[in-house]
Design a protein around this ligand. Structure first.
Ligand SMILES: [Zn+2]
Length: 78
């Protein structure tokens, strides 16, 4: 099973992949509407928003948590 290189989500079916293409290394949530992968900043912003919404954290706290999560993923490891 593949894991999205940009957010770590397991991709089980073709619907989980960007544009439904199982050759892609990133998931539907990490793709822009044109099918290309989102940038680090776009991903950081959406993940920060997600953490604020789901965990009710302060934006600054959520952003550093998001940075920590992203830093472990292959797309952003450098
Ligand atoms: Zn993803």
């Amino acid at each position: 099973m593949k894991i999205c290189i940009a957010c770590g989500m397991p991709m089980k079916t073709s619907q989980d992949f960007a544009t439904g293409d199982e050759k892609k290394d990133y998931c539907i949530h990490c793709a822009r509407t044109d099918g290309t992968m989102q940038s680090y900043n776009e991903k950081l912003e959406s993940m920060t928003g997600f953490i604020v919404k789901t965990q009710g954290l302060d934006v600054n706290v959520a952003q550093s948590a998001a940075k920590g999560m992203l830093s472990k993923l292959p797309a952003w490891r450098d």
